[in-house]
Design a protein around this ligand. Structure first.
Ligand SMILES: Cc1cc2nc3c(=O)[nH]c(=O)nc-3n(C[C@H](O)[C@H](O)[C@H](O)COP(=O)(O)OP(=O)(O)OC[C@H]3O[C@@H](n4cnc5c(N)ncnc54)[C@H](O)[C@@H]3O)c2cc1C
Length: 419
């Protein structure tokens, strides 16, 4: 590594998992002239842990899976334990009765389909590498079509439970590449078997906080308003606080807003206009007497039932002094705030809940993605052409799916590839 004065000055924009992880991997390679710029007054982005009556709760990301190798390495490097609360879950109908995940009559078919799944998914092993370049055409079609082509009628339902509940959209529309990127065979199995999941007693934001605080130059409330590539190389970055000049920049803020801060040719603007989101909400309710688990309501995963509560998460086992649950809902634009709440509170009561009180709510522009047509037309190949142009590089959830693990993996990949 070059001496400090000859090292490039690198600006990282956004201090969510992608930005903080990019800083971490750069530091590991010996880069020291790093500046992390965050628009909000705290780091974390979609890792949004809150405290209620002395315990942490998650309003954004909540779990890691046993396959989360990069996340676990980061936790080890930053002295964080994987000793968070367990995630025990059940399936319920809308009247609050416990149900089996799939109807008993479908079990023989499911067993048969599931047995053939590893061999089928083996064909798409490359999908587990960072990014979405070079996708096979069959993965660009909607997931339900891919399931139909591969005779997976019952398994599709099981995928849907663990896919849609996270706010990643409906399997009738979302391309198979996204679903299978998230639910590899191993990940699907972790959900079905309720194996050990990673949770963070001090909240997931603690990991990002520890990574960000190691960066020598961290700025909060410092939203980037403009990036101007300089003729002699490097980039001037203007923020609402001060201006910086960097040799290279890594941009991890939302890609659909890039053209607000960087002058882009029309064809790139057109590309970024293809990005879609799911409008997802997390409500935190204080409620007594709910069933003694976290739970899924599979009937409410149907796109027709948008706006209804899909799942709830009971984070801490002892409930005497801790009755806060987080509730996951796709936003229904046709309902008012009051109607959204009424629907949720009615479901909570049907599930047996009493003394229902809203503590807080958070809206998310979740899961940046493109549709089947854009994938087929080579969206990610075109997006990749932006990398390194004018000394600006890009990472974030759009590039490799919105989980902590995939964001960390992509940031590492970017640093290995270009730095
Ligand atoms: C409700 C919910 C539940 C989830 N559950 C899980 C889960 O259980 N497990 C899991 O692995 N993942 C989960 N995820 C996904 C995961 O949280 C995200 O994919 C990941 O945190 C995204 O990290 P990121 O850094 O790419 O983006 P972000 O977290 O969005 O970070 C981008 C950062 O850039 C900042 N920024 C934006 N504009 C500017 C600007 N102009 N200048 C400077 N800074 C700017 C933002 O303030 C933000 O801090 C969940 C997400 C949500 C919303």
């Amino acid at each position: 590594m070059q001496t400090k004065e000859h090292q490039p000055a690198i600006g990282i924009i956004g201090s969510g998992m992608s930005g903080a992880a990019a800083a971490h991997y750069l530091r590991k390679k010996g880069y020291t002239r790093l500046t992390l710029l965050e628009k909000e007054d705290s780091v974390g982005g979609k890792c949004h842990s809150i405290t209620y009556r002395g315990r942490t709760y998650e309003m954004g990301a909540l779990i890691g899976l046993p396959t989360s190798r990069y996340t676990m390495e980061l936790m080890k490097d930053y002295g964080l334990e994987d000793k968070g609360p367990l995630l025990e879950r059940g399936f319920f109908d809308r009247e609050g009765r416990k149900i089996s995940q799939i109807p008993v009559t479908h079990v023989p078919e499911f067993v048969k389909e599931f047995k053939d799944l590893p061999a089928l998914l083996e064909r798409y092993r490359k999908l587990q590498e960072p990014g979405f370049l070079g996708l096979p055409p069959d993965l660009c079609q909607p997931f339900d079509q891919w399931c139909a082509d591969n005779g997976l009628s019952v398994t599709q339902e099981v995928f849907r439970h663990y896919y849609s509940t996270f706010g990643f959209g409906s399997v009738e529309q979302i391309p198979a590449a996204y679903v299978l990127k998230f639910l590899s065979y191993e990940n699907l199995l972790s959900f079905i078997e309720i194996t050990h999941m990673i949770t963070w007693p001090s909240g997931v934001r603690e990991l990002i906080r520890r990574m960000a605080e190691r960066v020598e130059d961290l700025h909060l409330t410092c939203g980037v308003t403009r990036m101007v590539p300089l003729p002699e190389g490097g980039v001037r970055v203007e923020t609402d606080q001060e201006h910086f000049v960097f040799d290279r920049v890594i941009y991890t803020a939302p890609m659909h807003r890039l053209s607000e801060v960087l002058v882009l040719p029309e064809e790139d603007q057109e590309l970024l206009r293809l990005i879609r989101h799911e409008h997802f909400r997390v409500y935190a309710y204080s409620v007594k007497n709910l069933p003694p688990h976290s739970g899924y309501l599979p009937e409410n995963l149907d796109p027709e039932r948008k706006g209804e509560m899909m799942a709830w998460y009971f984070r801490w086992k002892s409930r005497e002094d801790n009755d806060l649950v987080t509730i996951y809902v796709m936003e229904d634009e046709s309902r008012s705030e009051a109607e959204m709440r009424e629907g949720i509170e009615e479901t909570l009561r049907r599930l047996g809940g009493t003394e229902v009180r809203l503590f807080m709510m958070k809206r998310w522009q979740h899961f940046p993605h493109v549709d089947a047509e854009a994938l087929q037309a080579g969206f990610y190949e075109r997006l990749d052409r932006l990398q390194g142009r004018d000394d600006i590089y890009y990472a974030g959830e759009l590039f490799n799916f919105p989980t902590l693990e995939k964001c960390a993996a992509y940031s590492k990949h970017l640093v290995d590839r270009f730095f």
